[in-house]
Design a protein around this ligand. Sequence first.
Ligand SMILES: [Fe+2]
Length: 279
Amino acid sequence: MSLFEETKIPAIHQNDPKVNQATWLTWSKEFLSLNKALRQQQLINGKVTSVKIRAYKAGNYSVNLKNFDKDLLNQLKLYAAELCRFNPNQELIFFTGLINRKISGNLLQFIFATLKEIIVAKHKDKFAALYIPLVSGKKISELPLHSDLFVTDILLNIFEKVKIDGSGHSTFLPLNFFLVQILPQLESMPLSISEKITEILTVVTKKDRYDELVNLLYNEKHPWNEELLTLMETHQQRILFTKGEGYLINDRNWLHGRAATNGGILKKRLHRLAYCSRD
Ligand SMILES: [Fe+2]
């Protein structure tokens, strides 16, 4: 029982030189065959709502599992368990066709919110999985390479409303490469700072250290800012995802980011499901 199955690299990405080693997945045929039952359940449940989580000062998409059809819920529990066992470790996993004729963007949102709810209920831990809405904005925006550092380690990001203007590439860099090949090369960064950054990125803690990390890496006032940005840009892998495409990474093994978008960010640009890998 598997949510996804392997598929070919989409034609538009065949010439992307730096990312052609990724594994491409799409919905499995068996999961797609549930689409009618899922749509019916979505009609019963209504709109997916976002509930605030204080620890992350963010929302979290949620659904009510109480009114679920038992058979469908039991099947989804098996898919959710399989997803939790799916730890890509050092591998880069890409997706295509997750939004298609059978699964709309709204249904994908319902599926992700349901899987999140099932994982949370199974582990009796509200941080075992998160589905955090994107913060939209009108400005040109860029996110340099970073780790989210949520309590969860696996990050599944699927794009929906992407502007087709050739901007806003997703960027990736293996964490190990960053720690071994980039950080020690930075002549303008004191050893104490590179040790601190290494600690933030490698020591697992429940504390939210994202802001601390991003400030140490990218605050323009730091003398290492330019040198670091140049090296990151030289070595990062880039890919421009379209609707229904996206990626799954272990947030502790990969840095990820977004190149500047020409315009703003739409709220439904991205569906991001984060979960803890475990058996
Ligand atoms: Fe992120």
